[in-house]
Design a protein around this ligand. Structure first.
Ligand code: HEM
Ligand code: HEM
Length: 208
């Protein structure tokens, strides 16, 4: 037999083995589905939730301090830095979402709840991309210099007060809708845990 034939046979065996491994993994997933989100999904979820809470605290509290003062600027800086960090991380999180297995909820909730959860998650992913972009444009258009960890951000728009007002209104509306969804999302998680007594919330916590 020629070398080429051997190479073809070896290659087709390799392919068959690879296909068998993938099928075994799929069967394993069906019969032994994971009970918890993996450490990557959990770290992204709670780490980015913390960033978002800190950023929201910054923007909600800044109004209590006098205009032009250091405290007000520091609180807005927290809002900017955490928002830009969310924007940097969301791409890696979405990459991880594409590959991770989703642990099933036991007992299975009604279909409308699964759909509502899917819609909310999608809205969160979209908001985590749109809000920092709009926020940065709005801040720059109103003449505020935005830096990331002390480094000046490139200018994406010049000063334009009318544009700034429009963009900021959209940013604030989406931001406030997001706050509403976060309250609903967290309330739903606690309702599943304490009322329904299913594993919705436990899946997002480390396995014991
Ligand atoms: C995930 C990221 C972000 C979220 C969830 C978010 C959310 C919000 C919310 C809820 C408000 C207040 C709305 C109100 O008072 O009714 C706000 C205001 C604002 N945000 Fe953001 N934001 C994010 C990222 C950013 C970024 C990256 C920037 C700029 C670089 C930014 C700039 C601003 C500005 C300038 C305001 C107006 C503050 C004022 O009242 O003067 N935001 N944002
Ligand atoms: C106290 C606050 C929070 C609690 C108790 C909580 C709880 C949970 C739970 C139990 C899940 C799994 C539910 C399921 O698979 O349907 C989940 C998933 C998710 N949560 Fe939260 N969450 C909180 C805050 C947040 C915040 C601030 C965000 C950011 C916008 C967020 C975004 C998401 C997303 C996108 C998912 C889908 C899975 C993923 O991509 O990680 N959560 N959350």
């Amino acid at each position: 037999m020629t070398r080429l034939k051997w190479a073809i046979i070896a290659h087709s065996r390799l392919e068959k083995n690879a296909a068998r491994i993938v099928t075994n993994m799929e069967l394993n997933m069906q019969h032994n589905p994971p009970s918890h989100y993996g450490v990557v999904a959990r770290s992204f979820h709670w780490g980015m939730a913390l960033l978002i809470f800190a950023g929201l605290a910054g923007v909600e509290l800044h109004g209590f301090f006098e205009k032009g003062g250091d405290a007000r600027a520091a609180l807005m800086s927290i809002h900017f830095q955490t928002g830009l960090a969310v924007f940097a991380l969301i791409w890696f999180r979405l990459g991880a979402v594409a590959f991770r297995p989703v642990p099933p909820i036991i007992p299975e909730p009604p279909q409308w709840q699964n759909l509502a959860a899917k819609f909310t998650h999608l809205a969160f992913y979209a908001a985590m991309i749109a809000l920092p972009v709009l926020g940065l444009l709005g801040a720059q258009a109103s003449g505020k210099a935005v830096n990331l960890l002390g480094m000046a951000m490139p200018l994406f728009t010049g000063e334009d007060k009318a544009f700034a007002k429009e963009i900021r209104e959209i940013h604030e509306t989406i931001g406030n809708v997001m706050i509403g969804l976060i309250v609903l999302h967290a309330a739903a998680a606690f309702w599943h845990h304490f009322k329904q007594r299913d594993n919705t919330l436990l899946r997002m916590l480390p396995p014991k």
